[in-house]
Design a protein around this ligand. Structure first.
Ligand code: NAP
Ligand code: 8YV
Length: 318
């Protein structure tokens, strides 16, 4: 039972115990969501969250002394940041510290998908090599990659594609002044002109099913989809149908609509590479993300500026 004299940080689930919880516990009681009650709510000054369960207006309304929601992750689609702003609650995320890590994973997933690396690994393990060579497969050569979302991570992916000698174009709502690559105002037009689509936009209502059946059809039977953004951005049922029918060549997916539940139909597909949302999951990068969560919470609760407030948080204050 938390000591009522001590301020508390509410955890919506485990948040990087060895970095976040260890440091915060020196100054705050750590309150698991299940222990939230009328008796404990008043002590809560901060929420630390990592995408498990929604931080919505109803939860924030129960916490009269809440000052900050520290999101472990750059994507904060499970936090209602607009409602938080309305209530004067600061929301922070963990941008930049994971750009290179997620971009590395994206290129790995792209190569694994196009060059069928997991499939070839299974071929060796199953002893099938003894009966003959692995069949020739698709290539990255001659392809143009379209990046959906030319933000911090999108740009890190683009730099890597340069090194691979792969031409790249992009779509986002606005053209980026510092990116000298062809810009498409229409995602559908871009999908028609490329044979690889890399998805790296935020999740949430505004991007839900942006990649729909029409976009997948535009990519065509030689097309490859790589999704490292959020599962919600892609119409999963349409993607399954396209992979099953061969109207799309292959997909590499790090994210799914209902994680950790992946539709079983994917498991039988040899043209899909499936990862358990591991874009940033290295000791190095997760520690940096955790530290940023701690630094944001401590700064705000000590009356200082947040380090990385999200766009919806009015900051600096008017
Ligand atoms: P960012 O810097 O904010 O970039 C987001 C990009 O998406 C911007 O170019 C933005 O440009 C574009 N965008 C936003 N809404 C759009 C829309 N409706 N239509 C088209 N383009 C849109 O974010 P980031 O740091 O690169 O991170 C991107 C996302 O990656 C995160 O939000 C998270 O969901 C995901 N992520 C996944 C992993 C993983 O482990 N798989 C790890 C880290 C991040 P405009 O505003 O001009 O449209
Ligand atoms: C994290 C992510 O794995 O930063 C993000 O948006 O998707 C990943 O880095 C996730 O947020 C933490 O569970």
């Amino acid at each position: 039972m938390p000591d009522q004299a001590r301020p508390a940080v509410l955890l919506t689930g485990p948040v990087m115990e060895e970095v976040v919880e260890r440091q915060l516990s020196a100054r705050f009681d750590l309150l698991p969501l299940e222990a939230l009650s009328d008796a404990t709510a008043g002590a809560v000054r901060a929420i630390a969250t990592r995408g498990k369960g929604r931080v919505d207006e109803a939860l924030m309304a129960r916490l009269p002394n809440l000052k900050i929601v520290g999101n472990f992750g750059v994507g904060y689609d499970t936090v209602d940041a607009v409602a938080a702003a309305r209530r004067g609650v600061i929301v922070t995320n963990t941008p930049d510290v994971l750009n290179e890590e997620v971009a590395d994973l994206t290129l790995g997933l792209l190569l694994a998908t196009v060059r069928q690396i997991p499939q070839a690994d299974r071929f060796v393990r199953d002893g099938r090599w003894l009966k003959g060579a692995y069949p020739l497969g698709p290539t990255l050569r001659g392809r143009t990659v379209g990046i959906l979302g030319m933000g911090r991570i999108g740009k890190a992916i683009a730099r890597r594609l340069d090194a691979f000698g792969v031409p790249m174009v992009y779509h986002s709502r606005r053209q980026q002044p510092d990116v000298d690559r062809p810009y498409y105002a229409s995602l559908l037009d871009m999908a028609r002109d490329v044979s690889v689509l890399v998805v790296i936009v935020p999740g949430g209502a505004a991007t839900r099913h942006l990649v729909d059946a029409a976009v997948l059809a535009a990519l065509g039977p030689d097309g490859i989809l790589i999704n490292v953004a959020r599962g919600t951005v892609v119409d999963e049922a349409a993607l399954l149908a396209a992979l099953q029918s061969g109207t799309l060549l292959a997909a590499g997916l790090d994210v799914f609509a209902q994680e950790p539940h992946v539709p079983e139909a994917f498991f039988g597909l040899d043209n899909a590479v499936l990862l358990p949302h591991v874009g940033s999951s290295t000791h190095h990068t997760r520690a940096a993300m955790g530290q940023l969560v701690v630094d944001n919470i401590l700064a705000v609760l000590d009356g200082k500026d947040p380090l990385t407030p999200v766009a919806e948080t009015p900051w600096p204050k008017a």
